[in-house]
Design a binder for this molecule. Sequence first.
Ligand code: AFP
Ligand code: FBP
Length: 315
Amino acid sequence: MPTTLNSIAKQGANGVAMMPIIQGVGRAAIEIAAVLRGAVFRGVLGGAGSENVQGEQQQKLDVLSDEIFLEEMRSTGFVCAVGSEEQEELLVIDEYAHADYVVLVDPLDGSSNLDVDGPVGTIFSVVRRKTANSDYPHVSDTLQSGRNVIAAGYVLYGPATMLVCSVGDGVHGYTFNPSAARFELSHANIRIPAKGGYYSVNEANKSSWLDGMGDNLDRMKDETGLGMRYVGAMVADMHRTLLKGGVFLYPADNKNTTGKLRLLYEAIPMGFVMEQAGGKSMSNGIHVLDIEPEALHQRVPVYLGAAANVDSLLG
Ligand code: AFP
Ligand code: FBP
């Protein structure tokens, strides 16, 4: 009998509490994957004609994925609020405003890949609210460092749909089995290989990187001899880095002077997974998980991967 998402209940101290939320992520992933597969026939490819809070053009599928994810979090009954990359403000689930958990999500990461049928993903993390359960949830509930994350992970919509997550007891990968209509454990206890793999970065930006990162990258390439791969969807680039080894980076540059990737929706969840898999995640000279967030849509530089490669890059 294959091991399903229910097995999360047996993982570590947080498994039982996190199982309903991760099952909700799984249901959202199944729906989003179906919408992605049929998007061209339903006329939902292309721009939605709106901008998100980052000033980026929203795709129709960004908006749809956001709605699906929010609805699935609501249906768990355990989530009082959701902070989404696609929403300016914290979304409080009024019906369950006294529930314990807050979820942060990038519902459809890498959406510039949609027009070319490239891989995209969903990234999420869960924290316990800071305000009292009797209070109305507040944005301060989301502004917690990665050390407070209880569960985090991502869904990769690739040739197969995979849900990779951690509840603080290692990293486990579940693949959607279409014949059984459920996620089944396919990658137990993922550990990033200490050696080998690839470096992954938009090297076209090299001349505008800040903090001497161009020279650092050249040195790391000489030291490690790594090859290069870059998809431009963090979930896909992270997943390859996790399974094959190497390093993923998105440095600050002249255009994105504090970095491009979002601390709460991308850096912290991926940093949590990377560290749970034995890797390392750094930003501005400290561990990503030690950053104290100041704003919902804050951006940071990101360096994550096998510890030796991250050290070689930043050393
Ligand atoms: P989109 O969701 O707007 O496509 O952004 C994806 C992303 O935030 C992240 O998934 C990638 O790692 C990064 O942007 C790619 O950025 P570049 O296009 O600047 O390389
Ligand atoms: P595989 O099918 O063995 O992965 O090879 C893929 C490929 O032939 C092309 O699809 C791809 O553009 C190229 O190799 C990548 O080569 P490199 O590893 O030298 O960047």
